[in-house]
Design a protein around this ligand. Sequence first.
Ligand SMILES: [Mg+2]
Length: 334
Amino acid sequence: MDIQPFSLPLSSPLSTADGTIESRRGFLVRTEIDGVAGVGEAAPLPGWTESYDACQAALCGVEKPKQALEDNVFDDTPAARHAVSLAVADAAARRAGVPLYRRLGAGERVESVPVNATVGDGSPSATAEAVADAAAAGFPAAKVKVGNRSLDADIERIEAVRQRYPDIELRVDANGAWEFETAREAVESLSALGVAVLEQPLPAEALDNHRRLRGHGIDIALDEGLLRHGVDAAIAAEAADCLVCKPMALGGVDIARSAAERARADGWDVIVTTTIDGVVARAAAVHLAASVPDVRPCGLATGGRLASDVGPDAAPVSDGTAAVPQGKGNIPPL
Ligand SMILES: [Mg+2]
């Protein structure tokens, strides 16, 4: 297995709950299975996955990719597993002569998947401006990050958006910032403003309290909570209406696909998102989304956040959709 490091600067630094991200570093892995090449990507993001060093160590320990997957050697290194499993799946899809999304289980041709815009923290006017840009670019949904300011201040931001854009689907993502009472107030105010989805209002540990927030006119989505508890526990706890699947953090598109399938079978909605990955992982996430029936607009319009990439954009976003690559495997050879 060939391992090639990369570092991709962001077009502008991104502040998150875990600090400011200025670039995305990771590894492309190449393997060959029965004479057919496959490529995978690991873009570790501490806070969501293992560290860069741990990822590198895990990848360097792999001699036979398929065997390593069967032996479950990637328990604590989801980004490394993502790369290896993707390289294997890519090779298998190429060998079968089908695009990756068909290999993942899609029954028919899928041309594109709907995507959402993501809007960071900012003043009410800056938030409204960013949603204006998203609406003008044709995005069917905009996800607004909240939880960095008081609830009243966040509600003011959403009101500013709503006044100007009554039609766009709005979601908010609190990244676990709130306590239960605040979240309950938020549910009331946000559903009155017609917000469709509230993502991870409470810390990842909470499952039962997420359930108590359901049924008030706004869909509750689990993101960090899915990683913490796994899909079976989340569904058993009836903790949400919607599952956010990040293949890089979950350990691969195959694992994410199983989680999505399980969630859909129980009537949950599914949203696929990247962790701002290079084009190999981003396109794989698009394939995953294409394999999920009735997927909601997904957080896959993240390529524009990178100032450079490991290859040409194989799943370009326009008019609120990401094009699904139709060639064999994941993307054309780099
Ligand atoms: Mg989230």
